[in-house]
Write a protein that binds this ligand. Structure first.
Ligand code: ZN
Length: 352
């Protein structure tokens, strides 16, 4: 179990203890796009570094991913305030940083010099390499999963093939002459400006004159992503004392993200990779709220979405008002996850 104690980690090296409310300083050196887990929730992962060691980070909010992206582009040292630090499930003794919905990301007064930090060229996932054109250059974080014996090809040149992998795919990489024998199986590296080549209609990458390879901490991403364990917490005899947010919106017919009205009865999906234009009045209505509860004279703000909010308010439709929510009786118990999202509740009436 994570400790309830507030901890401040001055750098990544010191991130060795679990905490439910931690501050961590670091530089983002890798960032994935927002992905969908098997259970359908959005998440992204990243690597943060202090120049000496790295730590894996998992987040769930699109807006947090965007902030990290900006910071990574600027190579800025940032502070994650009120995040969770826990033991990584599969990473030996490694710790993992989990961003909560409330975790704030701000510039840190510290300035870490991070060697393998990203240049202007963007890191791509291994699966993206296949969609690149021949002779384009790519940079990626990958693990060497197979090293073949070097062979001698025409004009006596030596070449060695290695297989690179991340969580998305594998790709073959060729190393020539003096680079032969420089990569070790099981080690992870950041590869910069590799050249995309095609042979026999198979795409591979090759180390060219402008390419560079730098060893990094193990990327654990070559293992299939595991749903972060949702640890839930209860509050008993909880009463709503304030409605901090109550939003109604319409959701996309395709991806269920929020749809913004654009013109004459049309709406456009707000999700970057969807953007579908649709008839606004056909889109189903959805609700979300941020509610302040009091339980055992402590105040806590929790989020509740969609159908669960309707159930909580005892409504069949989305016709919910702040007044309705504030008039609800005391709840027997409210269960919420580490992201402060309500996952279950027990109304007073069923209390024994
Ligand atoms: Zn959509």
């Amino acid at each position: 179990m994570a400790s309830k104690r507030k901890l401040e980690f001055e750098d990544i090296v010191s991130v060795t203890e679990a905490s439910d409310s931690a501050s961590v300083h670091g530089v983002v050196t890798y960032l994935s796009p927002v992905k969908k887990s098997k259970k359908g929730s959005n998440y992204f992962n990243a690597t943060v570094s202090d120049g000496k060691t790295t730590c894996r980070l998992v987040g769930f909010k699109d807006s947090q991913q965007k902030k990290l992206k900006e910071a990574m582009e600027k190579k800025e040292t940032i502070i994650f305030e009120d995040c969770q630090v826990k033991k990584a499930k599969r990473g030996l003794d490694a710790m993992e940083i989990l961003l909560k919905r409330t975790t704030s990301i701000a510039p840190s007064p510290k300035k870490f010099e991070v060697e393998c930090s990203n240049d202007d060229d963007k890191l791509v996932l291994v699966e993206e390499v296949e969609r690149k054109k021949e002779f384009e250059t790519v940079s990626l974080n990958a693990k060497v999963v197979k090293v073949m014996d070097a062979i001698t090809v025409n004009m006596g040149k030596k070449v060695q093939y290695v297989t690179l992998a991340d969580s998305t795919s594998t790709v073959r990489c060729s190393l020539w002459e003096k680079d032969v024998g420089t990569l070790k199986e099981g080690k992870s590296y950041v590869f910069r400006a590799l050249i995309v080549k095609e042979f026999d209609s198979k795409v591979y990458v090759s180390k060219g004159r402008d390419s560079s390879i730098c060893e990094i901490d193990d990327i654990v991403d070559n293992v299939e992503f595991q749903e972060p364990e949702i640890e839930s917490t209860h509050i008993k005899l909880a009463r709503i004392v304030a409605v901090q947010e109550l939003n109604k919106y319409r959701c996309c017919l395709s991806c269920k993200a929020r749809v913004e009205p654009v013109m004459e009865g049309l709406g456009r999906c707000s999700k970057e990779d969807c953007q579908m234009l649709q008839k606004y009045d056909v889109c189903p209505e959805q609700v979300q709220a941020k509610l302040m509860f009091v339980s055992e004279s402590k105040f806590i703000s929790l989020y509740v979405y969609g159908k669960l909010l309707l159930d909580l308010a005892g409504r069949k439709d989305t016709d919910i008002s702040e007044e309705i929510l504030l008039q609800l009786p005391v709840f027997h118990s409210i269960e919420y996850n580490s992201q402060d999202v309500i996952i279950k509740f027990l109304p007073e009436s069923t209390a024994v």
